[in-house]
Each structure stands twice: as C-alpha cells, then as structure tokens.
Design a protein around this ligand. Structure first.
Ligand code: SF4
Ligand code: SF4
Length: 78
C-alpha cells in the first residue's frame, strides 16, 4: 500500500517566514502572496520537517493510506 501525505497550512497562522520552504527536501512548498502554499503534494515523503520547523505551528502533515478496493470490481480475465 502506498502512503500519501496531506499537508495542511493554516494561512491565518503562517507569517511567510519561508522556513518550511527552505527545509523541505522535496520542494513541495512555495511562498505565494507571503504565505506558504503546497505546490506538489505528490512529492511529499512525509518527513515532517516542515511541521517541526514551523515556528507558528501553521503546518500539519497527515499520512493517509491509499485504499485499494478489493473485490469491488470484476477482474475476471479470459
Ligand atoms: S513532510 Fe517533508 S517532504 Fe513533506 S512537505 Fe513537509 S518537509 Fe516537505
Ligand atoms: S514555516 Fe510556518 S510560518 Fe513560516 S512560511 Fe512555513 S508555514 Fe508559514
């Protein structure tokens, strides 16, 4: 099962200090209009650095497991 990560940014708390953007090893985040924005969530490896580094607790990273539907479709092949 592949893990996915959802990054939530609380824009009310973000002061645009750029720390999360600088520390993210995968360039998932960018600064736009003086707020951190998630630009490529599919590249996130779930290292939680952004969450730990944000001085304002404005970032939350959550792991979600992709559901693979089992038996929900007919997969009979001839
Ligand atoms: S968890 Fe890691 S890879 Fe994902 S956005 Fe934060 S710093 Fe980047
Ligand atoms: S580290 Fe926190 S306050 Fe700074 S830009 Fe990122 S989300 Fe905003």
């Amino acid at each position: 099962m592949k893990n996915k990560f959802i990054i939530k940014i609380n824009e009310k708390w973000c002061k645009g200090c750029n720390l999360c953007i600088e520390f993210c090893p995968k360039n998932v985040l960018e600064l736009k209009d003086a707020k951190a924005k998630v630009v490529s969530p599919e590249d996130c490896i779930g290292c939680y650095i952004c969450e730990y580094r944000c001085p304002d607790f404005a970032i939350e990273v959550n792991k979600v497991e992709e559901e693979v539907p089992v038996g929900s479709e007919k997969t009979n092949k001839r």
